[in-house]
Design a protein. Structure first.
Length: 357
């Protein structure tokens, strides 16, 4: 469409029937855009197309961010389910160990009751995590247009690396930038149209009298070249008003671009800082806190069987491990969501192509 607006106008046919003794004229000619008005219209159309594309890109980023966040929640629910299942196994091992000690008379029966209560609590926690898995799976399948109970394939989550490189060209990939640049292009085109609206237009063609009392139509001596030059005779302020309005609109769009640049830079800086923070938190759980807690529970269980550790110490260690596992899972989910937010801020979400400028 934009290309057609910039191309020369189609040839025109003009037929002016006469009444009475007035001649009837037939003209075949072509208008010539020496003022560049049609080129300005084509420029405006290209800018309007880019505005639409920027809107599409914004929608793609929003949908991509929502889907990946939903998938991160699903992965977290799966981890919580696995942790809860592990907690059930630990509780069962504790019950088994206490039963052995009761059989040999080294533990009171009340400890078994307490251990079985903790086992029931662990089993209920597992049921709740299974419900969370079903809910998060339905959310992912909904975005995929599939049945809520369909299996969601587990894919390895690729960590985001080289944040500086992704941030460097983010400004030119964001839909806000693309839309602002397109609106500037449209504003410049309107300004150009306003500047050239008062320039003359030229029409040239072949003309002939198709009816008169003293001439025969379409004979060589009745055919001639006709040139028309048209332009406004006076400007009573309309053209000046349109030009000033177009200039003001263009300057406003340029100011919007600068404002968008500030917002985008702040958005990227905030997303980067948050990502680095949650990355350190997740790493501390994965490499430090959680392994130590797991080792502590194993040592407590071994001590319980040999009588070196009290039953209450074992239960406390199990509760601590269960809580830390939930915190570690939440930390990993927060890390994944922070990565998604960073990729959205830099417009580098998977599957998002480079913008066509």
């Amino acid at each position: 469409m934009a290309k057609s607006l910039g191309s020369p106008k189609n040839p025109e046919i003009e037929l002016s029937p006469g009444v009475g003794f007035t001649n009837s004229n037939f003209v075949l000619g072509q208008s010539f855009d020496f003022s560049g008005t049609r080129a300005a219209r084509a420029q405006r159309a290209r800018g309007e197309i880019q505005v639409v594309r920027a809107g599409l890109r914004r929608a793609q980023i929003e949908v991509g961010e929502e889907f990946l966040s939903s998938y991160a929640n699903y992965l977290a629910a799966r981890r919580n389910e696995a942790n809860a299942a592990s907690g059930v196994e630990v509780a069962r091992a504790t019950v088994s160990g206490i039963r052995k000690r009761i059989e040999i008379g080294e533990a009171p029966a009340v400890q078994l009751t307490r251990a079985e209560v903790e086992l029931n609590r662990a089993e209920q926690a597992l049921i709740l995590t299974q419900s969370d898995v079903a809910t998060s799976r339905a959310a992912v399948n909904s975005m995929l247009g599939r049945s809520s109970i369909s299996d969601v394939p587990l894919a390895a989550w690729s960590p985001v690396s080289d944040l500086n490189a992704l941030s460097q060209n983010a400004f030119g990939r964001r839909p806000e930038t693309l839309e602002a640049l397109a609106l500037i292009e449209v504003a410049k085109a309107r300004e150009l149209e306003a500047k050239r609206s008062g320039l003359p237009s030229v029409f040239a063609g072949l003309a002939t009298d198709t009816w008169s009392l003293d001439r025969k139509p379409f004979q060589r001596d009745n055919v001639g070249l006709q040139i028309r030059l048209t332009m406004p005779l006076f400007d009573r302020g309309e053209n000046r008003f349109n030009l000033r309005s177009a200039e003001a609109n263009r300057k406003g769009r340029e100011a919007e671009l600068k404002s968008a640049e500030r917002r985008i830079n702040l958005d990227i800086e905030t997303a980067t800082t948050h990502l680095n923070t949650v990355r350190e938190v997740a790493k501390s759980y994965e490499t430090g806190i959680l392994p130590k807690a797991e080792q502590m529970v194993k040592a407590m269980q071994s001590g319980l069987e040999s009588g070196l550790t009290s039953f209450l110490e074992v239960l406390e260690a199990q509760k601590t491990l269960s809580q830390l596992r939930r915190e570690a899972s939440d930390a990993m989910r927060n890390l994944h969501i922070a990565e998604v937010r960073f990729l959205s801020a830099t417009a580098h979400l998977p599957g998002l192509e480079s913008p066509k400028l």
